[in-house]
Design a protein around this ligand. Structure first.
Ligand code: KG4
Ligand code: ZN
Length: 334
């Protein structure tokens, strides 16, 4: 049995305050305080409000986590906190809290790239996923395919030219008068819709570059809705949702196939909010071109377990430096 190594993970990059404690790779506890209800009434995340909510939620969550696991702060071996990318105010709450706790408890602190966190999410439950593999990160802010040569050795193969896939879902939902976040709403209505009724474009499907673009797709949806409105016709919302979802999934799968062809790597992991989408999950799981590893649904969206995992892995790779961790909202490349 491996020696005890306790990591406290903290995630506050957007609208979810997440806290988790791991012993090596084993999850001892995980908590998430989602702000979806708070932001939903505004149709999107309000950054200042999100930061204030993290301030209210974070310390009580950490307290609960320590109480529940009967661990004292000083027993921790590592604190891993998301340092970017994300919303400045939200990141600062997490980073400053982590810094203070690390000093008070005398525990090393490591800053984690949120994207590397997502990259680790599928590894939480699938210990058999080993590099090299290709990682599709599809969230509200990012859509990219990364070649994972080894942990810590990443190559960005391609990304979106404009909107991220999650952003496209959120904007499409807004056009259709649905709640934020849009992805789960569109998925729900798609279940009773016809995915072939509208021939929405599958963006950049046939280019020989690994790249995505979703803003044209959103515009195609908007024009379709306008057409129904102008003709005073009822909007076939379920069919629109299903057709939109089909186009997003097809575009992601097309570029994964291309990435497999170009790299010869046929192991795929997917993570980020959009990887919770059932249509995408089915397409990934039934592909004949690659084998896919997916996180549990609850770990597709932002959470602290993935941050703790990524932080511990960085620590093991010798990347801990005894220097100040600084929040960086535009931190991008891994
Ligand atoms: O990874 P995440 O929680 O936050 C970011 O780091 O951005 O992703 C949130 C995004 C939102 O845009 C949301 O609409 C989308 O993921 N999403 C989904 C689903 N669940 C969440 N998109 C499609 N289908 C879903 N079931
Ligand atoms: Zn995220």
């Amino acid at each position: 049995m491996s020696e005890k190594f306790l990591t406290l993970g903290i995630e506050t990059s957007c609208d979810d305050s997440g806290v988790a404690i791991l012993n090596n790779d084993e999850i001892l506890c995980e908590f998430l305080s989602s702000q979806i209800k708070d932001h939903s009434k505004f149709g999107g995340v309000i950054p200042e409000f999100a930061a204030r909510k993290h301030l209210e939620n974070l310390l009580p969550l950490i307290n609960t986590a320590l109480k529940e696991t009967k661990i004292s702060g000083r027993e921790l071996n590592l604190i891993a906190v998301t340092r970017g990318p994300g919303l400045m105010g939200s990141l600062i709450v997490g980073v400053q809290t982590a810094k203070a706790l690390s000093q008070v408890w005398n525990v090393p602190l490591i800053g984690v790239n949120h994207l590397e966190g997502h990259l680790f999410a599928p590894l939480v439950d699938s210990k058999d996923l080993k590099p090299p593999f290709l990682s599709l990160i599809v969230s509200g802010g990012h859509t990219e395919i990364i070649k994972v040569e080894d942990f810590g050795k990443y190559e960005l193969l391609g990304e979106t030219r404009d909107d991220a896939a999650g952003e496209a879902y959120d904007k499409a939902a807004k056009i259709l008068g649905l709640k934020y976040p849009g992805g789960p709403e569109i998925e729900k209505l798609s279940k009773s819709g016809d995915p072939k009724r509208f021939n929405f474009p599958v963006p950049l499907k046939n280019t020989d570059k690994i790249e995505f673009s979703f803003s044209g797709l959103k515009t195609a949806l908007l024009w379709q809705v306008k057409k129904f409105q102008e003709n005073n016709e009822e909007i076939p919302i379920n069919d629109l949702c299903a057709s939109f979802q089909r186009a997003v999934t097809e575009s992601l799968i097309a570029k994964l196939n291309l990435a497999v062809k170009l790299t010869g790597i046929n192991k795929i992991s997917a993570s980020g909010g959009v990887s919770a989408n059932g249509n995408l999950r089915d397409a990934l799981r039934t592909s004949k071109k690659f084998r896919a590893w997916l996180p549990e649904i609850k770990r597709c969206t932002d959470n602290a377990v993935m941050i703790a995992m990524a932080g511990k892995n960085e620590f093991d790779r010798g990347n801990y430096k005894n220097e100040e961790v600084i929040a960086d909202p535009s931190l991008h490349q891994l």
